[in-house]
Design a protein around this ligand. Structure first.
Ligand code: PMP
Length: 354
């Protein structure tokens, strides 16, 4: 071993879902939105002047911060914007989780949390979900250095009612509590209504799912001005020009179109409920997902095998081989109604041969 190896920060990186580039495929593996972004986004893209790329973007992302603040009826100093909610969450870990006590998150959850914690040397404790893959509020009433929870949780899709989220915040007044609401628009009640009541609460959301903008990388945190200022201080100490000027412009167009947002969101919810019914009839078991994916298992089918057989038919879903408890489940993102009909037809045929 070379001497310099001792000083390398060694990390086990997060593994994102596959991004195959096939003309004809059904892509249900990364919880993207199957519908294109709002029409104003393509219009803005067409009219963009490349000459503006000569200049640095606005480091405060002012225009997009204002558009998000307007949408949620909060002040501009309550909004922090990042390059996807992954960037926002990484900044949050760096800014707020500096205690020697462990931060808490569920054992089955977004698999980036332990990666950031390991990378930043933050101690953590994984709190087991119950046998129905649900978060139990009582488990979060212990000493800790911070709490982070997705609501709905991923990859389970399970939603915690707002009063239970509030009970967790209430029990953890001495630390920062982060609610990662990447999937909240698909049927949950947001904790945004609690930000004026609790000065230790940060709510994180994204344009990647309900706003069809995963490729643009836009995420945001909403909290009180004090916590947002701490977050910006760290961001400006790391990289001041995080979001590019094209994305800022497109993001504004995406959030302005409330009608399109509601229309596509409602279509996904409708298709999700249709898919649940079909999967149930086929013998799959799953919780009552309130997200844009379903986390399902089948008593007669090995998940890994089904995952591979689906892939051969150019249908991509997500399979996690660990932890053991979820190794016989597939996470199926909700596509268009037509895509889900093709998916269900494949399953019907597949199961009929068993
Ligand atoms: N949080 C959760 C729970 C997620 O599933 C994802 C998507 N991988 C993210 C955050 C990050 O999404 P993005 O960076 O695209 O905003």
């Amino acid at each position: 071993m070379r001497k310099w190896e001792e000083n390398i920060r060694k990390v086990v990186p997060y593994v994102p879902g596959e991004q195959p580039n096939k003309e004809r495929m059904i892509k249900l593996n990364t919880n993207e939105n199957p519908y294109p972004p709002a029409p104003g986004v393509s219009e803005a893209l067409k009219n963009m002047d490349p000459a503006r790329l000569r200049l640095y973007p606005d480091p405060t992302v002012g225009k997009l911060v204002s558009a998000i603040a307007d949408f949620y009826q909060v002040n501009k100093d309550q909004v922090f914007v990042g390059v996807g909610s992954d960037d926002v969450l990484a900044m949050i870990f760096m800014t707020f989780f500096n205690s020697k006590k462990p931060i808490l998150f569920p054992d089955i959850t977004y698999s980036f949390y332990d990666v950031w914690a390991d990378m930043l040397r933050i101690p953590y404790e994984r709190i087991p979900l119950n046998e129905n893959f649900q978060i139990c509020v009582e488990d979060y009433k212990r000493e800790n250095g911070g709490v982070i929870l997705p609501n709905p949780n991923a990859p389970t899709g399970e939603l915690l009612p707002l009063d239970e989220i509030e009970a967790i915040i209430q029990a953890n007044q001495d630390v920062i509590v982060v609610i990662d609401e990447a999937y909240i628009d698909f049927g949950g009640e947001s904790a945004l209504s609690l930000i004026d009541k609790y000065d230790n609460l940060i709510v994180v959301q994204t344009f990647s799912k309900s706003r069809s903008m995963a490729g643009s990388r836009i995420g945001y945190a909403i909290s009180n001005p004090v916590l947002i200022k701490y977050l910006n201080d760290v961001k400006y100490s790391f990289n001041s020009y995080t979001m590019d000027s094209v994305t800022i412009e497109l993001g504004c167009k995406a959030i302005e179109d409330k009608e399109y947002f509601e229309m596509t969101r409602n279509k996904i919810i409708e298709t999700r409920e249709w898919t649940k019914k079909e999967l149930k009839d086929l013998g799959f078991a799953f919780g009552d997902s309130m997200s844009n994916f379903i986390f399902a298992t089948h008593p007669k089918v090995e998940a890994k095998q089904l995952f591979e057989d689906l892939k051969k038919a150019d249908i991509y879903v997500r399979y996690f081989k660990s932890p053991e408890r979820i190794s016989n489940y597939l996470r199926i993102s909700i596509g268009t109604q037509e895509e889900m009909e093709t998916f269900v037809a494949f399953l019907k045929e597949y199961l009929s041969k068993m």
